[in-house]
Design a protein around this ligand. Structure first.
Ligand SMILES: NC(=O)c1ccc[n+]([C@@H]2O[C@H](COP(=O)([O-])OP(=O)(O)OC[C@H]3O[C@@H](n4cnc5c(N)ncnc54)[C@H](O)[C@@H]3O)[C@@H](O)[C@H]2O)c1
Length: 321
């Protein structure tokens, strides 16, 4: 099958392309604008790795460029996975327009062509951020959503647009509410990698928000790629479905940092600071729905996943420093 993947230079997009290229015979077409939100050196390294595979094609452009996007759709795709977006919660306080451009306009350009070309399977990245601050844990897909930052709002908009737009069409859209994904080739703007960087680079200051009292449902990238692949063979009855992609294992941030300290036998300087406006205090999702749909029984042990992440970082720290 020919599959289109957006955001292939990014963390989840890269890992999923790699999974498909090594474990399936599918032909991958991919798009990324390689933006400078974080290290382009890291994004280029991911792309170099993917380009070694014969069945990988890469197109560098922005999803806001409708003409270029139309050209790609001359190819008939069996499925589209959409990961390209302006990610990050705190950055949405500094540069909200970037979220409107990539996550609203870019998203709409893509779904128009998906519908027009009758692509049957469409999987798009939403986020746990759609839930906002909640006290009702674990968060279930049926719960009310109420984002507290522009990033989450654009993801809510994606879900609502997809629901109305694909109703009665030949496309099944599946919104994936990712919860704090981490692992090999991870994102430098996220907590684990910021901390790893400060372990290796004394000049890199690490700030611990809310004095380390946040709790997150950390989800390992290998579980995510396995789920994404399983979804390809699942028939959805409704035109639009949303699913939590999470491990259902909330962990306090300080516990994660302690684990990294014990792996490297080092303790970098931690600059503690108060609660940041765009953040939520806790995420904890229910993964009953995804477990049932995908028949995935077990998620990777957190310590093993952290071990793999630390090991990978040790061998690739040059990409971050
Ligand atoms: N990583 C997580 O924990 C997490 C959690 C919740 C949701 N998500 C969502 O999952 C998706 C993938 O996340 P990620 O962690 O891989 O992020 P990422 O930033 O590593 O990847 C996104 C990629 O999209 C590209 N991109 C951005 N805007 C674009 C545009 N307009 N046109 C073309 N390319 C563009 C970027 O260059 C980047 O390579 C995103 O939609 C993100 O919002 C991720």
């Amino acid at each position: 099958m020919k599959i289109l993947i957006t955001g292939s230079a990014g963390f989840i997009g890269y890992n999923f392309c790699k999974f498909l290229l090594t474990k399936s015979g599918h032909q991958i077409y991919s798009i990324d604008n390689v933006d400078s939100y974080y290290s382009q050196k890291l994004k280029r390294a991911r792309l170099r790795d993917l380009k070694r595979h014969k069945k990988f094609r890469f197109y560098k452009f922005d999803l806001c460029n409708k003409k270029k996007l139309e050209k790609i759709f001359k190819t008939k795709f069996g499925a589209v996975y959409h990961f390209a977006a302006q990610a990050g919660v705190r950055y949405s306080l500094i540069n909200p327009r970037s979220y409107i451009n990539s996550n609203i306009i870019g998203f709409f350009n893509l779904i128009e062509l998906i519908k027009k070309n009758k692509v049957r399977k469409f999987y798009y990245a939403s986020s746990s951020s759609v839930y906002g601050e909640s006290k009702n844990f674990p968060l279930k897909e049926i719960h009310k959503i109420n984002p507290k930052n522009i990033y989450g709002l654009t993801k809510k908009n994606n879900e609502e647009t997809a629901e109305l737009f694909f109703e009665g069409s030949s496309t099944n859209a599946v919104g994936l509410r990712f919860f704090t994904v981490f692992g090999e080739w991870g994102r430098p703007d996220m907590l684990i990698y910021k901390y790893l960087k400060s372990v290796f680079d004394k000049k890199s200051k690490f700030y611990l928000n809310n004095y380390g009292n946040h709790t997150r449902d950390f989800t390992y990238i290998c579980d995510v790629t396995e789920i994404l692949y399983k979804l390809l063979n699942i028939k959805f009855k409704k035109n639009n479905t949303v699913i939590n992609i999470c491990s259902n294992n909330p962990i306090k941030i300080t516990k994660i940092l302690n684990y990294i300290n014990s792996y490297f036998k080092k303790r970098p300087i931690i600059n503690k600071r108060s609660f940041q406006k765009a953040d939520v205090k806790k995420t904890h999702g229910s993964n009953l729905k995804i477990k049932k749909i995908s028949n995935k029984k077990r998620f990777t042990d957190l310590k093993l996943a952290l071990n793999n992440t630390c090991f990978w970082f040790k061998n690739n720290s040059k990409l971050f420093i």
